[in-house]
Design a protein around this ligand. Structure first.
Ligand SMILES: [Fe+2]
Length: 201
């Protein structure tokens, strides 16, 4: 094969295996490259946040969202129950609760039989990182007994601060930059984030 055609064929082959998703390799086995990518932990993680799915409280300002998704195994299709999903984020003033015993905007929840987890919280505000605002984001830490720990963040589509943020603008954050959708006829908002964990090595 001449060199040019070979290069085209080789790049197409590479594309077909690097496309996000799953490939069935036998009746019951799937293989894929769906693993959720890591992001930085950041300086504001606190262990031992309460087990609760509702992070809203009286007097809290901000747009309430239902943050929901499912946790899956590395084959991209098998749900993972009992995965510990921890989230933390800032309030609309860009502040984290780093001290109080109320652990505001922090919580953890275990995925159910079908891998589902859900939190009710608000869309976070923004805070300065040097001279630039970080785009709005929610931090995640996900642990499960047979899987590698995932430390990650989600971002929101259309956020003007994404392009200059080194982490949110990274190619591997694309699938974690999510739409905010209308959940029902009452104008409630939802964000869906499915999480795919890598097997423990
Ligand atoms: Fe943060």
């Amino acid at each position: 094969m001449e060199r040019k055609k070979f290069l085209i064929a080789a790049s197409l082959a590479a594309f077909s295996v690097s496309t996000f998703g799953r490939v069935k390799i036998s009746n019951n086995e799937f293989k894929g490259d769906c693993a959720t990518t890591n992001d930085i932990l950041g300086p504001f993680y606190r262990p031992d946040a309460p087990t609760r799915r509702d992070l809203t409280y009286e007097g809290l300002t901000g747009s309430v969202i239902e943050l929901q998704g499912r946790v899956f195994k590395s084959d991209c299709v098998t749900p993972l129950p009992n995965a510990l999903v921890e989230i933390w984020h800032c309030n609309t003033k860009g502040e984290y609760d780093n001290k109080s015993k109320n652990f505001y905007q922090r919580g953890k929840w275990f995925s159910k039989e079908d891998g589902a987890y859900t939190f009710k919280t608000i869309l976070p505000g923004k805070y300065l990182n040097g001279i630039l605002y970080r785009p709005a984001h929610i931090h995640f830490r996900v642990t499960e007994k047979n899987s590698q720990e995932l430390i990650s963040q989600i971002y929101f589509q259309g956020d003007p601060h994404i392009s200059k943020d080194p982490w949110a603008s990274n190619k591997n954050a694309e699938l974690r930059t999510l739409p905010i959708t209308l959940k029902d006829v009452k104008g409630n908002l939802a964000v869906n984030f499915d999480i795919f964990l890598k097997d423990k090595q």
